[in-house]
Each structure stands twice: as structure tokens, then as C-alpha cells.
Design a protein around this ligand. Structure first.
Ligand code: SAH
Length: 263
């Protein structure tokens, strides 16, 4: 049984029947993420975890659809990945609200709506599953887990060792064999997995590094928060074609900064 914090008992009242089979077979997790004070509550609520969180996720997915997310690959992935397993126990109650949450070391996990929007942009115009994807900024590993359901391989790179390790711990129970976590500076991309069908950055820089453009396959798409000439951060989509790059600037966003080097 999982030692992770259970999903709030009050949510059992939703009454919807989520597939309990989706609870991953859990491996022991590090004690640092399982405060002993929570243990009794965990023990009493863990049996209902799949049902409770499944219903709340289904509600989140309906909301995402109402907000304009259309791609069923993305909605399905958002419905499967247990976001509450990626946040600190004190924040489990907020895991399915449309809000960004702190994940430690001054970083944040994006709102579900922003994750869905970015993954949908990545999938746009690609039939079926995407090929190899590079994610810059693993953070807690949540978005990498979502990506693992829409792509054949996910390479995710993180510059903060503490978060790289946290993501490894968070993802272990899900046994996602197509997710490859790398500790390193994502500004350099990850040449070993290139060329990529898609590159998605969870951190915003002043410009898109040339290495990312080089490592993108022809026909591939890059989604990255970037500072625009107008001086604010916006989502930028770059399509690599045989003739060159097509660039689109979309809505304003607020992502943590893209930094160079590791720490
Ligand atoms: N996708 C993540 C979001 C993490 S926030 C999730 O689902 O949790 C963005 C992350 O980008 C932070 O963890 C930050 O440390 C990381 N980051 C910033 N600059 C980076 C770089 N050059 N290389 C790799 N990761 C970087």
C-alpha cells in the first residue's frame, strides 16, 4: 500500500465511481515526504484513494474542457495522472484546483489549465501519439507524467538536483518506463534524444536557445514561455519546417525563470 498522504476523506462524498484499478502499485517512498503525523490519516483513507481522487480529477477534466481544451489525448492524460501525488501533503486539498502550487526550492507546478494548454499546443496537428519529447524543467515530475501518455518517449531535464530527485521519487510508483529524467542544464537541450518531435519548456527565458531549435525535428513543435519584444512573458510556439522556423506568440503567462547551470 502507498505511504503517500491519502486524498481528503471529505471528497468521498462526490459519489462518482472512479476506476480503483488506476491506483499505481506503490513502492516505498522516502520518509521525508511522509510526515509521521499523517500516518494514521493515511492508513484510514488510503483504501478510498482511487475512487475519491478519480472523481475529483474527472471534475477537473470537465472544467478543462469547458475552458476550451479539446484534444482528447490531453484530457485523457489529465484524467489519469494523479496530481495530488506530486504535491506536498499540506497541499493535497488543492491539487485539483486551477492553481499553481509551490514544489520547493522556490519553484512551482503550473496550473492544470496551463499544463493542458501547453500539451495541447504540443500535440496540435500531430496524428496519434507524439514521438520523442524533451521537457525543460522537470520540477516535481507532474507534467512529465502527463506527457508520458501522449508521447512515445519523454526526456525531462532539471537543473536543481533536489527537484530532480524529488521527481524521481514521485514518478517511481507510476512505473512510466518511457520517462527519462536527466539532471543537467536544459539550456543545452539533451542531444542524446534528438531530434525531438516536440520540446516544451516549463521555465521562461529571454529567448529560445538555439540548441533547442537545433534539436527539434523538421515538423516538430516547440512550446516555451519567452520574453516578447514588448517586454512581457508570453507562450511562444515555434514550428520547424524544411524551409525554416514559423513563430507564433500567444497569450501572456507567468513562469519561473529559465536559468543556466546546475545547482
Ligand atoms: N513541469 C514542472 C514545472 C516545474 S517549474 C512540473 O510539472 O512540476 C520549472 C522548472 O524549470 C523548475 O524546477 C526549474 O528549476 C527548472 N529550470 C529552470 N531553468 C532550467 C534549466 N536551464 N534546465 C533545466 N531546468 C530548469
Amino acid at each position: 500500500m502507498s505511504q503517500r498522504p491519502g486524498f481528503p476523506v471529505k471528497l468521498a462524498k462526490t459519489g462518482a465511481s472512479g476506476p480503483s484499478g488506476k491506483v499505481p502499485s506503490a513502492l516505498p517512498v522516502r520518509s521525508v515526504q511522509t510526515p509521521t503525523a499523517l500516518a494514521p490519516r493515511v492508513a484510514s483513507s488510503v483504501s478510498g484513494l482511487g475512487l475519491d481522487s478519480g472523481a475529483v480529477r474527472a471534475r477537473m477534466v470537465r472544467k478543462l474542457a469547458e475552458q476550451g481544451v479539446k484534444d482528447t489525448r490531453v484530457l485523457d492524460a489529465m484524467g489519469v495522472v494523479e496530481r495530488h501525488r506530486f504535491v506536498e501533503s499540506a497541499l493535497v486539498n488543492q491539487a485539483y484546483e486551477d492553481t499553481s502550487l509551490p514544489i520547493g526550492l522556490g519553484q512551482t507546478i503550473s496550473k492544470p489549465n496551463v499544463v493542458a494548454r501547453m500539451v495541447e499546443l504540443l500535440c496540435q496537428d500531430a496524428p496519434g501519439k507524439l514521438g520523442r519529447i524533451l521537457e525543460i524543467g522537470t520540477g516535481c515530475g507532474y507534467q512529465a507524467a502527463v506527457l508520458s501518455h501522449v508521447a512515445t518517449e519523454v526526456y525531462s531535464i532539471e537543473r536543481l538536483r533536489g527537484l530532480h530527485e524529488k521527481a524521481r521519487t514521485n514518478l517511481r510508483p507510476f512505473r512510466l518506463h518511457n520517462v527519462h529524467l536527466i539532471f543537467g542544464d536544459g539550456m543545452l537541450g539533451y542531444p542524446k534524444g534528438a531530434p525531438y518531435a516536440g520540446i516544451i519548456s516549463a521555465a521562461g527565458g529571454d529567448a529560445v536557445p538555439d540548441t533547442w531549435l537545433d534539436q527539434l525535428a523538421v515538423g516538430g513543435r516547440l512550446i516555451a514561455p519567452t520574453i516578447t519584444p514588448a517586454g512581457h512573458q508570453a507562450l511562444v510556439v515555434i514550428l520547424k519546417t524544411a524551409q525554416g522556423f514559423e513563430r507564433q506568440v500567444l497569450e501572456a503567462v507567468h513562469f519561473v525563470p529559465l536559468k543556466s547551470g546546475v545547482a
